[in-house]
Design a protein around this ligand. Sequence first.
Ligand SMILES: NC(=O)c1ccc[n+]([C@@H]2O[C@H](COP(=O)([O-])OP(=O)(O)OC[C@H]3O[C@@H](n4cnc5c(N)ncnc54)[C@H](O)[C@@H]3O)[C@@H](O)[C@H]2O)c1
Length: 453
Amino acid sequence: MRLTMVGTGYVGLVTGVCFANTGNDVTCLDVDARKIEKLRANQCPIYEPGLEELMERNARAGRLTYTLDKQAAYRDAEMIFICVGTPSDERGHTDLRYVHQAADDIADVLKALGPSQPRKVIVMKSTVPVGTTFEVRDRIRARVGPEIPFAVADNPEFLKEGDAVSDFNRPDRVVVGVEDEATGDAFRALYDPFVRNGHPIYVMDVLSAEMVKYASNNFLATKISFINEMANLCEAYGADIGRVREGMCSDKRIGNQFLYPGLGYGGSCFPKDTLACIMMGDKAGIEATLSKAVHAVNQRQRERFFDKVVGHFGGKTGIGGGPAGLQGKRLAFWGIAFKPRTDDIREAPALTLIRKAAGYGAVCVAFDPVANANARAELGPAAEIVEDMYEATRGADALIVSTDWDEFKSPDFARVKGLMRTPVVFDGRNLYRPSAMRTLGFTHYSVGRKPVR
Ligand SMILES: NC(=O)c1ccc[n+]([C@@H]2O[C@H](COP(=O)([O-])OP(=O)(O)OC[C@H]3O[C@@H](n4cnc5c(N)ncnc54)[C@H](O)[C@@H]3O)[C@@H](O)[C@H]2O)c1
C-alpha cells in the first residue's frame, strides 16, 4: 500500500518505518527541514531502540522516503496518517493547530487532483479529543467541495517510547474507528502482518476509537496516582509500600503492572490526556472527578518529594519565603528523561525538581544516558549537564535519582560515596533497598518507605 505519515516524531516515524518494514511504500513528511535532512542521512532524530537499523534497511530497499514536499507526499498516497503533535495547555485545551494545518494541506492537494482520483483514507493517529476526526472530515469537505472522494478514520496509537518498535510490531491490540466497511477492510489488510500472534484488530465507530485512547491512558495514569497515594499513606503510618505492593499485587484481579510508586508520571501523553478528559467532561457538563484527582495527586507527588529534599537541608522559610537550606547546595541528578529508554523530557519530573531547586539557589548537576542534549536545550543555566553519571556526584551534597535507567540500579556505591561531599540519596524511583543503603553508610530517602540515616 502507498502510505504517507504526516509528522516524523515518536509516533509518525516509528509507524512509517514499521509499515515500510512489512512491505508498504511509505513517505514520511515533516515541516522541520533539519529533521528531514537527518532522516535522509539515515540518522534517527530521536532515541528509540532498534529504530535506526530498521530505518536504514527500509530506506535502502527503497520503501521509505522522507520529504518536505506536501504535494508529493499527499498526491499518490492511498492512506494518509496524521501523526502531528496535539499538546495541551495546563487546563487541558488541546492545541489542534498542527492537525488543522495538516488537514488544510491535504485538502488543497485533494482539490487540485479533482473528482476522478481514487479515494484516499485520511487517518487520525494523533491523540485527539473525541469528535475531532469528524471535525477534520467536515473541515476538509468544506474546503474541497462535495465531489472529491475521501474517507476518514481514527487509529489511536498505543506504543510506549523506549519500546516503540516492539510495541508497534507486536501490539496487544489494534483499534480502528471507521465510517464504512471498505475502510475497515483496508486496515485489516494493513495490520494483518502485525497481529499474526493472534492479537485482535478492533474495528469500531470513530468516536469510540478516539475514546479508547483516552480511557486507556487515563486508566494507566490512575494506577500510578493510586499507588503514589498509597505510598504517601505508608509514609505517614510507617508501613512499607514495597511490602504492601507484594501483598496487594499478588491478587490476580489487581496484578503488578504500572503500580510502582515514585515521582509520578510525565511525558507527552499521560499528563495531557488526563487533562483532556477533564476538559471533555467540562464541555459536556460532566465533572471528571476521578481524572481531576489523578492529575492533582500526580502534580503533588513531585512537590512532596521536593519537600523531602528541602526538609533534609533544614530551613523551611528563607529570604523571599523559599527554603533557605538549599542555597549553595550542590545537587546531583541521575536521569532527566521522563522514563528510561527515551530521550523525551516533556513533562519530566526531573525538570520540575531541577527548576525548583535552582530557583532556591541550589547548584544542579545532571546526567542522563541519552537525554542530555534535550536537557541542555530545555534547562539552560538551571543545570550543568555532564556526560558521566559519577562525575555528576562529585562534591554533591545529595544525589537525586529521578529516572529509573538500568545503569543507575546497581552503581559503584563506594565510588559514589567517595565522590560526594555528604552521602545522601533521594531515591525517587525506589531503586535501592533502604537496609542496604544504611549498611553502605548512606542517608537514603525513598517513596513510601521509612528513610534510613
Ligand atoms: N509519543 C508517544 O509516546 C505517543 C504515543 C501514542 C500516541 N501519541 C500521540 O501521537 C501524536 C504525535 O506525538 P509525537 O510524540 O510523535 O509528537 P512529536 O512532537 O514527537 O512529533 C510531531 C511531528 O509533527 C511534525 N509536524 C507538525 N506539523 C506538521 C505538518 N503540518 N505537516 C507535517 N509535519 C508536521 C513536527 O515537526 C514533529 O516532527 C500526539 O497526538 C500524541 O499524543 C504519542
